[in-house]
Design a protein around this ligand. Structure first.
Ligand code: APR
Ligand code: PHB
Length: 392
């Protein structure tokens, strides 16, 4: 088999790349090791920057998102028993949209299949070769046969557990990493949201986040231990803990409902540099991870892909300079988001026994909710700085 761009991974990064390349008249094949059903049902974060919704709309896959997505203009920070609204749109002129990542994935798969694009699901044992020269190739086992796809470029979009990064020679990449002593226990519940906006709560019992997916689905997260035993969390215990951390004297009470999904999300910061080696380009979670507190993971992946699609299209037109600068163009935004996500995480998650840290967190929350300058800084990072800012 031969194609122009071989793509590993059918998450938002790989699928969006295939879609944007198609719009430039460039063909690709996507190899994914899971089933289509699994990929479409995986529940992840769901907060899109305006940059991201603009990319999806402009490229013709934003129709359902526009109809079903929830546009938000602010978030609430809660600490010391009080709520403080950060007016994101008033401060930045930009809004944010709640639309589940798996819905973005469904829309991209539907668009790709509608124009006859190839996605090979259940492709096992993906291996990459030849990308340090001019003849990259991907091999995999698909439908019981070993296949080989020769291509001009390879995009590694296979997420945090992906294999593509591992084919780059040892020593060519530098890894930057930070671990956190906590994780998030996330739930999805059939319960109407009690607040029209997201609530990020710092509480002495631990952080909690209230968010949503629709008028009848609540999503919420609780700070927990990285090795938290889910079987110790009955529905009753989860609701009681959410009520304790999110509720206050002003009588906010969550509406409870059936918990239809639960899981533990690890917290990690990671970046590899550079994000390219020869004709292999890394994009999305395989190249960088952020803790979910700033909701930047998916948005960063979309930015990487815009840079990659633009670079590949220019290279086919005879100008390889953008593609050569792919990593540098991405990393500026990646590190801004790494800092913001680390900062939000550090401000909101108490660490047991560290009372100095507790006071710092409250001092910082007090500052960002009182000072218009500090609130604006939080808001512009949360909403996402305009893409044009990266190339300056
Ligand atoms: N071979 C083929 N496909 C693979 C392999 C492999 N060896 N390993 C992983 N994959 C697939 C996964 O099954 C998944 O569908 O690659 C895809 C990677 O998708 P994501 O994990 O969604 O990563 P990405 O597309 O970079 O999107 C980033 O996703 O994880 C969230 O928080 C993250 O929102 C961010 C976004
Ligand atoms: C979500 O809706 O799942 C969500 C929102 C904001 C975050 C993280 C997750 O910071």
């Amino acid at each position: 088999m031969r194609t122009q761009v071989g793509i590993v991974g059918a998450g938002p990064a790989g699928l969006l790349l295939a879609h944007l390349l198609h719009r430039e008249g460039i063909e690709s094949v996507v190899l994914e090791n899971q089933t289509r059903r699994r990929v479409e049902e995986r529940v992840r974060a769901g907060l899109l920057e305006q940059n991201t919704t603009d990319v999806l709309e402009r490229s013709g896959v934003g129709e359902r998102m526009r109809r079903e997505g929830l546009t938000h203009h602010g978030i609430v920070l809660r600490f010391d028993g009080e709520s403080h609204r950060i007016a994101i749109t008033d401060l930045t002129g930009r809004s944010i949209t709640i639309y589940g990542q798996q819905e973005v994935v469904k829309d991209l798969i539907a668009a790709r299949l509608a124009y006859g694009g190839r996605i090979l699901f259940e492709a096992a044992d993906v291996a990459l070769e030849g990308f340090d020269g001019r003849s990259p190739a991907i091999s995999a086992t698909h439908a019981g046969e070993r296949i080989r796809i020769d291509c001009d470029y390879i995009a590694g979009c296979d997420g945090s557990h992906g294999v593509s990064r591992g084919f780059i020679p040892e020593g060519a990449l530098t890894h930057f990493e930070r671990q956190y002593p906590f994780a998030w226990l996330g739930i999805l519940a059939r319960a109407p949201p009690i607040s029209p906006e997201l609530i990020y709560a710092r509480h002495d019992r631990g952080f909690a986040l209230f968010t949503m997916r629709s008028a009848s689905l609540t999503r919420a997260y609780l700070q927990c231990a990285p090795d938290e035993d889910l079987s110790a969390w009955s529905d009753r215990r989860i609701w009681d803990e959410l009520q304790a951390r999110l509720g206050t004297g002003d009588a906010l009470r969550l509406t409870e409902g059936e918990i239809v999904l639960r899981g533990v999300t690890p917290m990690r910061s990671y970046v590899c540099e550079p994000m390219q080696y020869g004709r292999l380009f890394l994009a999305g979670d395989v190249a960088h991870i952020v803790p979910p507190t700033g909701a930047k993971g998916l948005n960063l992946a979309v930015h990487d892909i815009c840079m990659l699609a633009e670079g590949i299209a220019a290279a086919y037109r005879g100008d390889a300079s953008l593609l050569e600068r792919y990593s540098a163009r991405c990393l500026k935004r990646v590190w801004r988001a790494e800092h913001f996500s680390w900062w939000m995480t550090s401000m909101l998650h108490p660490v047991h026994g560290d009372s100095f840290n507790d006071r710092l967190q409250v001092a910082q929350l007090d500052y960002v909710t009182r000072s218009p300058a500090a609130a604006k800084s939080l808001a512009e990072n949360y909403a996402g700085l305009p893409y044009a800012a990266d190339d300056r």
